[in-house]
Ligand binder design. Structure first.
Ligand code: DGY
Length: 328
């Protein structure tokens, strides 16, 4: 069969695909321009795509022979899953492989906010380290005893909760559906309303999927509920936050700071207002960016595609939700 890769993947993964299929790899501009994507998908049976590829209804309709879409990601807000399922196209993704890596980065960002690691680095490089250790210099705050609010208690949210226990934090969470009492007990987490989560937490961390419902859900109204001393961390999807509102909240010190690995539109430019704020830590969407995790993701993306194209169930299939029409 014919396969399209919207960018190069690990050599071992391409080799594996080539054992069974003909593979076309896009090597030009990333993301593929829509017209090019639509023309290339026309004669393809399957594709591997990425979060920045917008696989909307037009692209899906252009895929006359398309049977399987495998995304190299846990997020699938870039694929119109309903349009695909209406045409019998199997959509698969790569959760689990990246759970720990993303949870680790979340903790790294949280630690950075609380202990001002990045800021300290900048102080030294800027030649501003003038005073040696004293009672009031470069103070951050302890993580232990603080309250972490997890918005979205899926795989990654749970992995973050486990790690937070190691730091002796209290953990509250809000999720579309409450998790089982046994799970709550084993994770040592308490369910609260969204408002309460933002009100009570010293740091709120976002781990919800980006859907029409969560689109820009974190807005000024919600941010105003937070304590002035609290922080926001986002390693999920940038579009869950209304970025302008966040900039306002950070500028007016409505919240103390934010650490962001994801943005409304990526890559952000150095002119983005977020880059000008001292109380912001930013990373370039590296939640899953470890050698081991990306290799695992490639393995799964390939297996998902091969299985789907041979009429078998992929390892991880995305289910269409009638409540989620179109792309957010
Ligand atoms: C995902 O898998 O959705 C991540 O955001 C990509 O690193």
């Amino acid at each position: 069969m014919e396969i399209l890769l919207t960018r190069r993947l690990h050599d071992f993964a391409i080799k594996e695909l080539k054992k069974r299929h003909r593979v076309e790899i896009h090597t030009g501009k990333i993301p593929m321009p829509k017209n090019l994507l639509m023309s290339k998908i026309r004669d393809k049976d399957g594709m591997i795509c990425y979060p920045y590829d917008r696989i909307d209804k037009d692209v899906i309709d252009a895929g006359n022979k398309l049977k399987a879409i495998s995304t190299f990601s846990v997020g699938y807000d870039h694929v119109d899953v309903n349009a695909a399922s209406q045409k019998g196209i199997v959509v698969s993704y790569t959760p689990e492989a990246l759970t720990r890596a993303t949870a680790d980065l979340t903790v790294a960002l949280m630690l950075d906010l609380f202990r001002r690691v990045n800021e300290g680095d900048k102080i030294i490089r800027g030649g501003k380290w003038k005073t040696i250790l004293g009672p009031y210099e470069f103070l951050g705050s302890d993580l232990h005893g603080k309250t972490l609010g997890i918005f979205g208690m899926g795989r990654i949210g749970m992995a973050v909760a486990k790690r937070a226990r190691g730091f002796e934090m209290n953990v509250l969470y809000h999720n579309r559906k409450r998790i089982s009492p046994q799970r709550e007990k084993s994770l040592n987490v308490r369910y609260v309303s969204l408002g309460e989560l933002f009100r009570r937490s010293d740091v709120v961390s976002i781990h919800a999927p980006h859907t029409p419902k969560t689109h820009e859900m974190v807005n000024l109204r919600l941010l105003r509920k937070m304590k002035r001393t609290s922080f926001l961390v986002n390693t999920a999807r940038g579009k869950i936050i209304n970025e302008q509102d966040l900039v306002t909240a950070l500028k007016r010190k409505i919240i103390s700071g934010a650490a962001l690995d994801v943005f409304g539109s990526e890559p952000i430019k150095s002119s983005n207002p977020l880059t000008k704020l001292a109380n912001v830590v930013i990373t370039p969407h590296i939640g899953s960016a470890t050698i081991e995790t990306r290799k695992k993701m490639a393995e799964i993306a390939v297996q998902n595609l091969v299985l789907s194209l041979s009429g078998k169930k992929p390892i991880y299939q995305v289910r269409a939700e009638s409540s989620r029409p179109g792309l957010p």
